[in-house]
Design a protein around this ligand. Structure first.
Ligand code: ATP
Ligand code: MG
Length: 285
């Protein structure tokens, strides 16, 4: 019986969310993450705990069959792997930042500058595209301190809130790439492994769907129902049940997490009352 080998980050910004995703897919592990690998008790997968930098190569060589990591790292390593699914967590961007007191008018700024980064491939691609001749200083961590210690004039690094840059007296000027966690896969999986992967992706999509949506219940006068259905199209169409009070109904539907506040305002002005919003555990379309 074959197993699907899944590589995830051993410890770092992706670890907790990667494990949680697998757990929400109903996959149970016996060991903690202090080991190198562990088997699931109830699904044919084995989890390997690795540094994120190594995952693309291991998936290419089929040491692991699939892996969970940032798209930034996948594109930087440029290995022969397929991106199978976006996962919606670890959202960040790869940006160029300069000393905050410097003037910036455009990418030409970087001509003849030294730029420190852990992403030499993506950065040199950006410079080539913009016709810029700059020196790239490759370092593996704490890139943001490079200008302060005189190693470089600027940095190209992963940013989410920008607070690390600010603490180091730097200012973000251009974004090269936006990224989030993805699943990558080896391109030559056996039929048996593909079948396990399909089962896993089905579950992952159900978890993602649930995270991106909320269940909504509300009461409204019958005369408002048409307008409310227009605001809340739901999965197919909303469920409408009569209330004990004549002329009123209860309406159940699904609303996208990111549209939620905007829709609530519209619903209230359309006459909705007693609005309840409930998290969804799993959503299968
Ligand atoms: P490893 O020891 O495994 O090599 P690392 O130190 O290189 O770990 P982390 O800092 O844990 O890596 O980041 C892993 C990934 O998480 C990054 O490649 C990126 O996709 C994402 N990431 C990094 N920083 C942030 C952030 N501030 N917010 C959101 N996502 C981030
Ligand atoms: Mg790393």
């Amino acid at each position: 019986m074959s197993e699907l080998k899944i590589a995830i980050q051993k410890s770092g910004r992706l670890s907790e969310n990667s494990l949680r995703l697998l757990e929400e897919c109903g996959i149970k592990f016996s060991n903690g993450t202090s080991v190198l690998k562990t088997r699931a008790a109830n699904f044919p997968v084995e989890i390997l705990f690795l540094r994120d930098d190594d995952i693309p190569q291991y998936v290419e060589q089929q040491v692991a069959d699939i892996g969970i990591l940032g798209e930034n790292m996948v594109l930087e390593k440029n290995k022969e792997v397929a991106i199978l699914e976006q996962l919606g967590f670890a959202q960040c961007r790869l940006s160029l930042a300069i000393r905050k007191e410097e003037n910036y008018r455009g990418p030409e700024y970087f001509n003849n500058k030294r730029v420190a980064t852990s992403y030499p491939r993506l950065l040199s691609g950006f410079f080539k595209k913009n016709n810029i001749k700059a020196e790239i200083e490759e370092i593996s961590g704490s890139v943001e301190i490079a200008p302060g210690i005189g190693l470089a004039d600027a940095v190209c690094d992963i940013v989410s809130s920008g607070s690390t840059l600010m603490t180091n007296g730097l200012r973000e000027v251009t974004t090269i790439l936006r990224s989030e966690a993805v699943i990558i896969g080896n391109k030559k999986l056996s039929e048996e492994k593909k079948e396990i992967l399909d089962r896993l992706l089905f579950r992952i999509r159900a978890v993602k769907g649930a995270r991106e949506n909320k269940y909504i219940l509300l009461n409204a006068p019958e005369s408002s129902i048409q307008e409310i259905c227009r605001i809340l199209p739901g999965m197919k169409s909303p469920t409408i049940l009569p209330l004990a009070e004549k002329g009123w109904c209860s309406l159940h539907s699904v609303v996208k997490e990111d549209e939620f506040w905007e829709r609530i305002a519209q619903l209230k002005s359309a006459g909705a009352e007693g609005i309840l919003v409930i998290p969804i555990e799993k959503m299968i379309k």
